[in-house]
Design a protein around this ligand. Structure first.
Ligand code: FAD
Length: 661
């Protein structure tokens, strides 16, 4: 106990309180010391000491983020041949390995040094809303200014709009680093990125000149205003109105809620991309149009004018991502400008939403990566019990918990989801490049179809997996995982939203099975299963890969069969699609990741066979792949059973029989 009082100078860490019998009871941090003393050990003290400076003040409490550059380079250069991809895309070698690696190094420096240190303080402080003004936590604005000065925001925007013109996939890679270091912060530039893509695709030359250039330069940020109090998923019933004005602009009236980066103090102006209905627009999704609504009106010369009629009514008090301002925005006859054709707003918005969905899939990877890094460090340090086969560290009072199979199960699950998910995201990022810059229409269309099929899988599966990984992170820490200052519970809170926004897991699953698979009569599914099949055929003679290729090939075939079965059932009862959807998505996600793990194993085995000196890295790749195939991929069996059980076990129960109170 004395150790606790001497060591901690922060109230939350030192406060002891009396139990009801007057005995000393400890708060969380103090109890850690007691546990160590009772066990006659000082291992907890050792772990805690690492968090203190010489004066005993807390210096670091979150998992210390290190960008996984080695893994990123492995994927980019050894699995996906990104240099070759850029050369084919651009017809030159300007975006070469040297440049890519330099960008990775710089991105790592920025995210580790500027963003990671603000992750926990941002969570503690949160955003504030006073007298109609939204303030971000300390340091956020300064970090944003550095981001802009370093040119990160403009990296992938078109050169004629002031961007650096790098391929979109480079932005995806950097956004993972930023997001892992500090997801809340990364949402501000993340939303701008979506607005930039929408304006690039659908804006008029004047709109681009006025708004896009400022978004690219980072002087202004963007938002995406879809959700209203009564609807988030079902945008067909949105009510915000757009009345035409004599000067060609529109007056926008309505309330939008949950608007990320909807208001804040990091920039002078905010460009809202808003869905609204024109007078006499058809009902449903075919009557929605898209508008630009600036926070401050903008003069013809680009100068900032008076306040537009859009005000922040409040900010949400949330479970996580507390440093991201989630705003209620009231549009009170705000001046707006139509983007794209009337009533085609949702189609235009898909540009934004696809980018945002891949962005949210990345959030799943960030959660797996950050929670893995924290759990790994802790598991190597924390001592508890002995290995079942006898002491592994006899010089210590107990073995580090990483010796225990169950702790390894959790760590390997996190690692497999982080590295497998990253591979899927990099593949998708290359498809985005091809959609935007592919040499011909058929290349662009093929990549677009692959994107359309894989985006709901990536969004829903990676975020569900990220959430599972974050929970494992808490579990590896034992009781300490539940305690705020270790930072593991923040990862769970921050990532919980990822399975909800940008379309819930249930809605992504319906999109996958209903629109992407059934509506295309399996065409989009076949695009991908053909890729997997080709890989399996090419490698079926490789004895070292056999343990991966055989199950992958078998499940790839089964994927088509189970899809046909669902289709047949749906012909007699449409509800079968809804009943199967989430299990089908998770089933598809596990097989998809199995393919990306098999690719990684192949690349690693090639290096090992060639006598690499990095045997540790490549052996771990093969072993993580094996863990994935033997321990995670079999989860497909449970999903398969659930799919095959049909709709009756869900719909048989009368609504009034769900609860008896
Ligand atoms: C922190 C935060 C940030 C956000 N940022 C933004 C933003 O920047 N811009 C923006 O416009 N919105 C934003 N949102 C809104 C978010 O996208 C929606 O909350 C989300 O899409 C879900 O919509 P909903 O809340 O209306 O849920 P609902 O649509 O009411 O869904 C409730 C439940 O019903 C299920 N469900 C609904 N329809 C079906 C169906 N047909 N079949 C099966 N299940 C169904 C859903 O899966 C869910 O489980 C944000 C939300 C939060 C909390």
């Amino acid at each position: 106990m004395a150790f606790c009082h001497a060591a901690y100078d922060e109230k939350s860490l030192t406060t002891c309180y009396s139990g009801k019998n007057g005995e000393a009871r400890e708060t969380s941090q103090a109890s850690r010391c007691l546990v160590g003393q009772e066990a006659g050990q000082n291992q907890l003290g050792n772990a805690i000491n690492k968090l203190l400076d010489s004066n005993g003040s807390r210096v670091q409490t979150m998992p210390q983020y290190k960008a996984p550059i080695r893994d990123m380079q492995f994927l980019l250069h050894e699995v996906f041949n990104v240099e070759g991809h850029y050369k084919a895309l651009r017809g030159n070698d300007e975006v070469n390995r040297e440049l890519i690696d330099a960008i990775l190094e710089e991105g790592a420096r920025f995210s580790e040094n500027e963003l990671a240190p603000l992750n926990r303080s941002g969570d503690e402080e949160g955003c504030q809303f006073e007298n109609g003004v939204v303030t971000t936590p300390k340091g956020f604005k300064e970090a944003y200014q550095k981001y802009v000065e370093n040119g990160w925001g403009a990296m992938t925007a078109h050169a004629d709009m002031g961007g650096q013109g790098l391929p979109p996939s480079m932005g995806t890679i950097i956004s993972e680093m930023n997001g892992t270091a500090n997801w809340s912060w990364s949402m501000y530039p993340g939303l701008s990125h979506g607005a930039i893509r929408t304006l690039e695709a659908h804006g008029t030359p004047e709109q681009k000149n006025t708004f896009l250039t400022k978004l690219v330069s980072g002087e202004w940020t963007g938002t995406m205003c879809l959700t209203e109090p009564h609807c988030g998923t079902d945008l067909g019933i949105l009510r915000t109105k757009a009345e035409p004005n004599a000067d060609g602009s529109y007056s926008i009236t309505g309330t939008k809620i949950f608007i990320s980066a909807g208001d804040h103090d990091m920039v002078d102006n905010i460009v809202h991309i808003v869905l609204a209905r024109l007078p006499d627009a058809p009902k449903g999704t075919k009557g929605i149009s898209l508008f630009i609504v600036p926070k401050l009106n903008v003069g013809a010369d680009g100068s900032l004018g008076d306040r537009n009629g859009v005000v922040c009514g409040s900010i949400e008090h949330k479970m996580g991502i507390k440093a991201s301002a989630t705003c209620v925005l009231n549009f009170e006859g705000a001046k707006g400008f139509l983007i794209g054709p009337p009533n085609r707003g949702l189609n235009c918005m898909f540009t934004f939403m696809n980018a945002a969905r891949v962005g949210t899939a990345i959030q799943g990877v960030t959660a797996a990566e950050l929670s893995f890094q924290g759990a790994l460090a802790y598991a190597k340090d924390r001592l508890a019990m002995r290995s079942l086969t006898g002491p592994k560290r006899p010089e210590k009072e107990a073995d580090p918990i990483i010796v225990h199979p169950d702790v390894r199960r959790m760590l390997l699950t996190q690692k497999a989801f982080a590295e497998g998910g990253r591979a899927l995201i990099y593949f998708l990022a290359q498809q985005i490049d091809l959609v935007e810059e592919g040499a011909d229409e058929s290349t662009r269309q093929y990549a677009d179809d692959l994107m359309a099929f894989l985006t709901p899988i990536a969004k829903a599966f990676c975020t569900e997996a990220g959430l599972e990984a974050a929970n494992h992170g808490v579990q590896v820490f034992g009781g300490h995982g539940f305690i705020r200052e270790w930072g593991m519970e923040q990862i769970v809170r921050d990532t919980r939203i990822a399975t909800l926004y940008e379309g819930t897991t249930g809605v992504q699953a319906l999109d996958l099975l209903g629109r992407k698979v059934m509506l295309t009569q399996g065409r989009m599914l076949k695009n991908f299963t053909k890729i997997v099949h080709k890989f399996c055929v090419e490698n079926e003679g490789d004895a070292a890969l056999k343990e991966f290729i055989e199950p992958l090939n078998q499940m790839n075939k089964e994927w088509g069969d189970i899809t046909t079965q669902i289709g047949m059932r749906a012909m007699t009862n449409q509800e079968e699609v809804g009943a199967a959807a989430v299990d089908y998505l998770m089933y598809s996600g596990y097989i998809t990741l199995a393919y990306f793990w098999a690719l990684q194993v192949k690349a690693a085995q090639a290096q090992l066979a060639a006598g690499t000196t990095e045997t540790g890295f490549y052996t771990a790749k093969v072993q993580t792949g094996r863990f994935y195939f033997q321990r995670l991929l079999p989860r497909t069996r449970a999903h398969l059973s659930a799919i095959q059980s049909g709709v009756a076990n869900l719909l048989d129960m009368e609504e009034e029989h769900f609860g008896f109170y």
